[in-house]
Ligand binder design. Structure first.
Ligand SMILES: *Cc1c(COP(=O)(O)O)cnc(C)c1O
Length: 347
């Protein structure tokens, strides 16, 4: 990779970050008179730990990384946005992403006024590294990868990703929001080998904590220091830090039980969907959702809405004509979905 400082926007390198009260002092004191807080109404009266030290200690153990390799965000959306703000000069730099993929990378590019270059996946949704690398120019700062990919559900081929990590001089982000559901190895294991790698995880999917807004970016200590410099000082609330710590106090056993149930239900759902007349194709999935090609996605989406069942109509995305994306739910929810699909006849 190029040296990190040459990839970072000059204003960010020069930035003097906000020094918050809780940064200057570490430890326990008898009187906190430094932050203009109300002394009553504990514990909500106090600002939360800006660097989430206790939570990072637990996450580091769970994920086998060092605490200084972790950035905790207000959902993964925060590190996605901050990646643009750290590396991409508006109207000058660009990023390259696969198509179709998760919509937030493009939205965050738009908000930051950064050119977003989309490169089609193969028709079987596999990744062609050479095609992505061909879209790179001297102003490309970031390549976005998502594995397992949303909305297609598949893991990306490891050799193609290795090719991008070694040949591209800028930052490579691999979003593993769904990795808990897949048997693939996490790219976290490669963190120490690739200084240009950022891996995203989240508590929103397998961990059942979407409302807590807790996303994770893992990278070199140097990259994490830039995240810490640019993020809002108190970006993760005390309630979120407490709730996630509480969940982690049981290790990952609840998460693993949920994942096991969801994957069993996924297999049952696949078998049942094969017998539904409007279903044309069920794509292989390494995640907790299925991308399904149907006879007419918009009509079927609307028919399901009428019955109070909400899926995602993905028909307007590249390579996803007449596809709906179905999250695997509870046994009852899945049975209701199947029943409603059967009532679509051969729509
Ligand atoms: C759901 C999802 C996320 C999670 O976003 P949060 O902001 O952490 O809730 C991240 N990436 C992808 C690809 C997703 O589908």
């Amino acid at each position: 990779m190029s040296n990190l400082e040459s990839l970072v926007r000059k204003n960010i390198t020069a930035l003097k970050p906000y020094a918050c009260a809780r940064h200057e002092f570490q430890g326990e004191a008898s009187a906190y008179l430094d932050a203009n807080e109300n002394p009553y109404n504990s514990p909500c009266n106090r600002y939360p730990d800006p660097l989430q030290v206790d939570l990072k200690t637990e996450i580091a153990k769970l994920k086998h990384v060092r605490p200084a390799q972790i950035m905790i965000g207000n959902g993964s959306d925060e590190p996605i946005d901050l990646t643009y703000r750290i590396f991409c000069e508006p109207r000058v730099d660009n990023v390259v992403a696969m198509n179709p993929t998760y919509g937030m990378y493009e939205v965050a590019a738009g908000i930051n006024d950064v050119e977003y270059r989309k490169v089609l996946l193969n028709t079987d949704f596999s990744l062609d590294a050479d095609r992505l690398l061909a879209a790179v120019d001297t102003h490309t700062k970031v390549i976005w990868l998502c594995s397992p990919n949303n909305p297609t559900g598949n893991l990306l081929n490891r050799d193609e990703i290795f090719k991008i990590l070694t040949q591209f001089k800028g930052i490579v982000v691999i979003d593993e929001a769904y990795s808990d559901f897949s048997t693939g190895k996490s790219w976290l294991e490669e963190l120490d080998n690739y200084p240009n790698l950022i891996v995203l995880h989240t508590f929103s999917k397998a961990w059942g904590l979407a409302s807590m807004r807790c996303g994770l970016a893992f990278a070199s200590e140097e990259i994490i220091a830039y995240f810490n410099k640019v993020k809002y000082p108190y970006n993760v609330s005390e309630l979120t830090q407490m709730a996630v710590l509480e969940q982690l106090s049981g290790g990952d056993k609840f998460k693993n039980v949920w994942v096991k149930h969801i994957l069993e239900e996924k297999e049952k759902l696949i078998e049942a969907l094969k017998t539904v007349p409007v279903v044309k194709e069920i794509y292989p999935s390494d995640a907790n959702f299925l991308l399904v090609k149907v006879t007419n996605a918009t009509q079927i989406y609307n028919a399901l809405v009428q019955k109070g069942i909400i899926v995602r109509n993905r028909t307007s995305l590249a390579l996803c004509e007449n596809c709906i994306r179905i999250t695997v739910g509870t046994p009852t929810e899945n049975a209701d979905l199947l029943n409603a699909l059967m009532h679509c006849g051969s729509m």
